[in-house]
Design a protein around this ligand. Structure first.
Ligand SMILES: Cc1cc2nc3c(=O)[nH]c(=O)nc-3n(C[C@H](O)[C@H](O)[C@H](O)COP(=O)(O)O)c2cc1C
Length: 341
């Protein structure tokens, strides 16, 4: 089975099922000499752990990272970095009812239609817990990118409104979606590989690979369809004191932009402005209300999902969005070094 590795030069392979012994990531292609501590990885994983003010699952996991390879005396070696976390808080019996029934809105039936069998305990690889491996990869990418002063910040749009709705819906056994906004600062112009490796295409693909993500928009996004060209175009200006001026090819003036409707990407290339995008998450499919489904014999049956589930994935997904963005940028930064002599 493929599809578990991401990237061309900076690659991240994630592995592990929700209720297996452990899960984690192998990061290959990270340059040698990057300062990397267990604490950095632990604190990123802590942001993904449950605890989002009534919106999160009550499954409790320590998420203690163990670095198995690729780091020596606090620095990356340039060799594959393997990091695992062990699953301790799994309660597989909660999922017994899912062995023979398919959750509406979840991957259960499609997974069986493809592979013929599945690990029903906690959803196996389709669990939100799979994103812990991405966060590990993202932590390594961030440690590399901070050396180039590139930073990532994601937040929940209308956080109060979502939290209020989530608190109310937990009692009803229901769930809610939301929009995560992400901003990447410090990108030099020119990141992205025309034409199939465009920056926005790579970010969108990365985001849509996260469970429950249903849409991505950049800058003005879908609202651009209601704008005029004269409103939407970002006027070019002479750039002030930008650090990447010295890296421009001879004869190219440094530019900045009066607005950022493009979201920091033009022609699939970063333009020196902050990269800004939004990620739409659907409501969590596992809900405590009775739903209609069929069992493995094709008989219609009612299904009430037990186990511990998020009411809204967004609070825990912030660090996952940042992680996938960091992995994309680390990969494109390395690829960009082959752009010209
Ligand atoms: C951080 C995170 C946590 C998640 N937690 C849950 C959960 O507790 N219960 C659930 O049914 N789905 C959860 N999901 C969503 C499922 O993983 C996702 O809906 C499922 O794999 C089906 O994929 P799709 O929604 O992209 O089609 C979570 C997703 C993320 C990113």
């Amino acid at each position: 089975m493929g599809g578990n590795s991401f990237g061309k030069l900076f690659t991240v392979t994630t592995f592990g099922e929700s209720h297996g012994p452990a899960l984690g990531a192998v990061v290959d292609g990270c340059p040698a000499g990057v300062p990397l501590s267990r604490e950095e990885i632990r604190s990123e994983l802590a942001r993904r752990r449950p605890g989002g003010g009534g919106a999160s699952t009550t499954r409790s996991e320590a998420d203690e990272p163990e670095i198995l390879s690729g780091v020596f005396e606090g620095k990356t070696l340039g060799t594959p970095i393997a990091i695992i976390i062990r699953n301790a808080g799994a309660r597989s019996s909660d999922y017994d009812a899912l062995k023979d029934g398919y959750r509406p809105g979840h991957a259960d039936w499609c997974w069986e239609a493809k592979y013929g069998l599945r690990d029903h305990r906690g959803g196996g690889r389709t669990s939100g817990r799979e994103t812990a491996g991405r966060v590990i990869g993202g932590a390594v990418a961030k440690a590399f990118l901070v050396l180039s002063r590139i930073s990532f910040r994601a937040w929940l749009q209308n956080a109060e409104g979502v939290a209020d709705k989530a608190a109310a819906l937990r009692g009803e056994g229901d769930s809610v979606g939301g929009v995560v906004v992400c901003r990447v600062e410090g990108l030099p112009p020119g990141l992205g590989e025309p034409v199939f490796g465009k920056l926005d295409a790579a970010i969108a693909g990365a985001m849509l690979s996260i469970g429950a993500v249903k849409g991505v928009e950049f800058g003005a996004g879908f609202a651009a369809t209601d704008m005029r060209g004269s409103e939407h175009n970002d006027a070019l200006l002479p750039a002030g004191d930008v650090w990447w001026r010295k890296d421009l090819p001879p004869g190219v003036p440094a530019a900045s932009f009066a607005s950022n409707h493009s979201g920091g990407v033009l022609g699939g290339l970063s333009n020196g402005m902050p990269l800004e995008f939004k990620v739409a998450f659907k409501p969590v499919p596992s809900i405590g209300r009775e739903q209609k489904t069929i069992d493995r014999w094709g008989t219609p049956v009612p299904l009430t999902v037990r186990g511990r589930h998020d009411v809204c994935v967004c609070p825990r997904a912030l660090v996952v969005v940042e992680a996938m963005a960091a992995i994309v940028i680390a990969d494109l930064l390395l690829q960009n070094r082959a752009a010209r002599v």
